[in-house]
Design a protein. Structure first.
Length: 84
């Protein structure tokens, strides 16, 4: 059985990890937040909740060479995450 040739190919993407406090994410915005993350991480994204620290851990792949951005600030501009 053949496999997807792009699996494990890191030529196009760089990994990024961001933590967001759970208290800043309202339950009603959680689904919209998860959907919007795909636009920030074109290589894929996973959002999990940590046991320690009450944080959401967001791990995703951005295009190589893309500028750094503050994900928390960007999500606050979109009103998907509350201000601290």
């Amino acid at each position: 059985m053949s496999r997807d040739s792009t699996i494990g190919n890191n030529d196009e993407y760089d990994p990024r990890t961001t933590f967001i406090p759970c208290k800043l994410v309202e339950e009603k915005n959680k689904k919209a937040l998860e959907e919007k993350l795909l636009s920030f991480f074109p290589g894929g994204v996973v959002m999990t909740r940590t046991v320690v620290g009450e944080l959401y851990k967001i791990e995703g792949l951005v295009l190589k060479g893309s500028e750094n951005f503050n994900l928390l600030k960007e999500l606050q501009k979109l009103e998907l995450v509350m201000e601290e």
